[in-house]
Design a protein. Structure first.
Length: 510
């Protein structure tokens, strides 16, 4: 592991190939070169220093993708600040909780959020609220920032809040070393490289969008086209116009892209792979993806706590349908019995634990969460997985989301995969429904693509699952609750079921 920060990697490109495109802002087809990004981020850093920003100060970002975002991100890092990205769709109480938790000194926001924050007293630590446009204007008179000595092993680059699938979101503290370690591992695994070209539409408030694609792409010399919002037809147009080599999407967005491509008879064949994460890629969607784009459909698994991908396999590596691949270089993994901690061999399902230079140094201001998350130097991911004989990882489910039925443990993801095999099912989410006698039973929330009744789906699942695993109730919904990157928020539906008083009905006897 080189003792470097992302800013030093950016500087290397700016000095060696200053006119090389670092980013393209798609609405105006504006090319941002490495020279421009380095220069403008230096101005931003100096402007922030003049406002009193010091090394280690936390800076909250509360804005969608915009032309000013890249320089602001690297400007904060060059000034020694710590980037804390929040979803611009957050509510005021959520923002207030984050500000209080991090003790943030500065908020860099969209114009809308800037106005809202100025009207609301949110935190005693907050000194400045600036829109990114105001920051850009304030930075113009300045040049290089005052030098800041950063220790990549100790100094934080980001605090990223997890999606909070169980309990309140926790802020994963990531050092400069964590961030660089994962982007170099992604490069070594072939996920991103200097010749990569892709359209980037994932939210910059999330680890995947901010670190795994945006920052990693800049640091490895990739060519990325930033888009302000996801529009499947526009993304496909940009893929072809810019000669994209890779396509990154979560499965719900990928389904929209596939359907749009099928409708417009998309014929571009320059992609070397399509890669998904956050949700399992079902077989039907994978097959349609490969037919439409003429390249392998692959998956990876990652975490906010590891600054990005943990396991991935992309060509020319062997890609196994349904597997997320072997660990990225530099990351150690083991599977243990969740109850005893005993290490398990190939083919046995257990909890995934990891350690390596990309693993978070801990949760911000949360010693209790740190005690639960780390054991003898290993980070407990909470994922239930198995390895095959070749070291490929097969994801099963989240340990804390397991349904406890009569002492049995049922993985919701397994049931969801079965339901998605029905041609009338577009999306499915299975959650535990409390039952006075059985503990919990599986209930499915389903988004339909065609005509089907609850009884038909219950019979369909019953024919394909062990008796104790069968779905007991189906509720049809127009859409499933999702995070900024399209990850289904199972906890939202699970919380609703826990608050309900009536036992599950439908699907026959328990």
């Amino acid at each position: 592991m080189p003792n470097l920060t992302s800013c030093q990697l950016l500087e290397r490109w700016a000095r060696s190939e200053p006119d090389r495109p670092a980013l393209v802002w798609s609405p105006a087809e504006r090319v941002i070169t490495y020279r421009e990004l380095w220069s403008q981020s230096g101005k931003v850093a100096r402007a922030l220093q003049e406002l009193g920003l010091e090394k280690g100060d936390r800076v909250v970002f509360l804005s969608p993708a915009c032309p000013q975002f890249p320089a602001a991100f690297y400007g904060v890092l060059r000034a020694g600040g710590v980037v804390v990205p929040l979803n611009p769709l957050s509510k005021v109480p959520e923002v207030q909780r984050c500000l209080e938790d991090t003790g943030a000194q500065v908020v860099l926001a969209s114009r809308e959020w800037g106005a809202r924050l100025r009207e609301t007293h949110l935190s005693r630590s907050l000194r400045y609220t600036l829109s990114l446009e105001e920051l850009e204007e304030a930075a113009q008179p300045w040049q290089d920032p005052q030098p800041v000595a950063l220790d990549p092993h100790r100094d934080l680059a980001c605090i990223l809040y997890s999606s909070g699938t169980t309990g309140l979101p926790k802020g994963a503290a990531l050092t400069h070393r964590n961030v660089v370690a994962d982007l170099l591992a992604s490069r070594a695994a072939g996920l991103l490289r200097e010749g990569s070209r892709y359209v980037h539409f994932l939210p910059l408030c999330h680890c995947a969008g901010l670190l795994a694609l945006f920052n990693a792409g800049v640091c490895v010399g990739a060519y990325q086209v930033l888009v302000p919002r996801f529009d499947p037809r526009e993304v496909l147009r940009l893929v072809e116009a810019h000669g994209a080599r890779e396509l990154f999407a979560v499965p719900p967005a990928l389904r929209e892209l596939v359907e749009a491509a099928e409708g417009m008879r998309f014929s571009y064949r320059g992609l070397r792979f399509v890669n998904t994460a956050a949700l399992p890629l079902d077989r039907e969607l994978a097959q349609r993806t490969e037919e439409v784009f003429g390249c392998p459909a692959t998956e990876h698994i990652g975490m906010t706590e590891t600054a990005g991908p943990m396991n991935v396999s992309v060509p020319p590596q062997t890609v196994k349908r349904g597997s997320v691949g072997p660990p990225v270089p530099g990351l150690e993994e083991r599977v243990v019995d969740p109850d005893t901690g005993a290490e398990l061999g190939p083919g046995v399902v257990g909890e995934l634990q990891v350690r390596g230079p990309m693993v978070t140094v801990g949760y911000w201001n949360n010693p209790e969460a740190n005690r639960e998350a780390f054991t003898e130097g290993w980070f407990r991911t909470g994922d239930l997985v198995r390895f095959d004989e070749e070291g490929y990882l097969w994801w099963v489910d989240r340990r804390k989301e397991m349904i406890k039925y009569k002492g049995y443990s049922i993985a919701p993801a397994e049931l969801e995969e079965v339901l998605r095999q029905h041609p009338a099912v577009r999306e499915a989410c299975v959650v535990p429904k409390p039952h006075p006698e059985l503990g919990e039973v599986p209930k499915a929330f389903v988004v339909r693509r065609g005509q089907v009744t609850a009884e038909e789906l219950l019979r369909f699942a019953e024919e394909r699952l062990a008796p104790y695993k069968r779905v007991r109730e189906v509720e049809f919904v127009e859409e499933l609750p999702k995070s900024a990157v399209g990850k289904v928020l199972r906890r939202v539906l699970a919380d609703r079921e826990r608050s309900a008083k009536s036992p599950a009905v439908g699907g026959g006897n328990p």
